[in-house]
Design a protein around this ligand. Structure first.
Ligand code: BEZ
Ligand code: FE
Length: 284
């Protein structure tokens, strides 16, 4: 067949994929072509706009290194990451909701004993965190691996501060026999996602801000359960209703309560977060 035009090219391209041996690949490629063509028709894409898009994606690829993944950031800011997360994490009652991983997780964080201070010498408002990990049925999970990471009071992760020689505000804990864990830290600040590349250009051109509300990341793993990737957001943070990556869920917002004086574990005024995590059994 020849002489393709606006009216018949989509069917022709779909037809070209009919012999794809893998049925899932065939479904994905044909749906992608259908939606791409419909998009171009919908907006009547100009040749200059198509060229801009090719250049934009090329710049996005060039921005990627082993430390910077601009394509994931683009997916995050277009809401695609949270859509894929939602499709793949339909949670039963009792299981904690998920949200984006983000670019600042470092595999194999330093291990700390329960109760440790993960802020080192970093300044900030002292924070005490008490947590528990259970199955969605409420049974406490002993020995669960709890990775935490967070920004500092100025909104920077340790990996964004080249002057730091050790990991800070990131740690691995193991829950005790009662499924509980605790640590000391400092209050995280809200912060902008990296916006010095093509994603930042898109945010600026569309009058969007780059900020995320203050949060602490958790990745929790236990034998027989799906690994949970989530955050807990501070209820008094700005940007809860306009997170640049659409990651906020009501169930993940918690009060980081203010305490005017120390208790047995803290010496002066501090903020206190307590949060109970529920894990979804594997294969369900
Ligand atoms: C984060 O929370 O660390 C994050 C998530 C998505 C994009 C950028 C940062
Ligand atoms: Fe974060």
């Amino acid at each position: 067949m020849r002489d393709f035009d606006e009216t018949n090219i989509t069917a022709a391209v779909l037809d070209r994929f009919t012999a794809t041996p893998d049925p899932r690949l065939k479904q994905i490629m044909q749906s992608l072509v259908r939606h791409l063509h419909d998009f171009a028709r919908d907006v009547e894409l100009t040749f200059e706009e198509w060229q801009y898009a090719i250049d934009y994606l090329t710049r996005t690829g060039r921005m990627c290194t082993d430390k910077r993944q601009e394509f994931i950031l683009l997916s995050d800011t277009l809401g695609l990451s949270m859509l894929v997360d939602a499709i793949n994490h339909r949670m039963p009652d009792g299981a904690t909701e998920t949200t984006v991983l983000g670019p600042f997780y470092v595999a194999g964080p330093p291990e700390f004993p329960l109760g440790a201070d993960i802020a080192g010498s970093l300044p900030g408002e002292p924070l005490l965190v008490d947590g528990s990990v259970s199955g969605a049925d409420g049974r406490p999970l002993a020995g669960a691996i709890v990775d935490v990471w967070q920004a500092d009071r100025d909104g920077y992760y340790d990996v964004q501060r080249p002057e730091l020689e050790t990991a800070l505000l990131r740690a691995r804990f193991h829950t005790g026999a009662d499924g509980k864990f605790s640590f000391k830290s400092v209050m995280p600040s809200f912060y902008p996602i990296p916006d010095d590349g093509p994603v930042g250009d898109m945010l600026q051109a569309t009058a969007r801000h780059p900020n995320r509300p203050a949060h602490i990341h958790f990745m929790i793993a236990a034998e027989g359960y799906q690994t949970l990737v989530t955050h807990v957001f501070a209820a008094d943070s700005p940007y809860l209703d306009s997170d640049a990556v659409f990651g906020v869920k009501n169930s993940l917002i918690a009060d980081f309560t203010r305490h005017d004086s120390g208790d047995g574990r803290m010496t002066g005024p501090f903020r206190f977060l307590t949060y109970d995590f529920g894990l979804k059994p594997s294969g369900k």
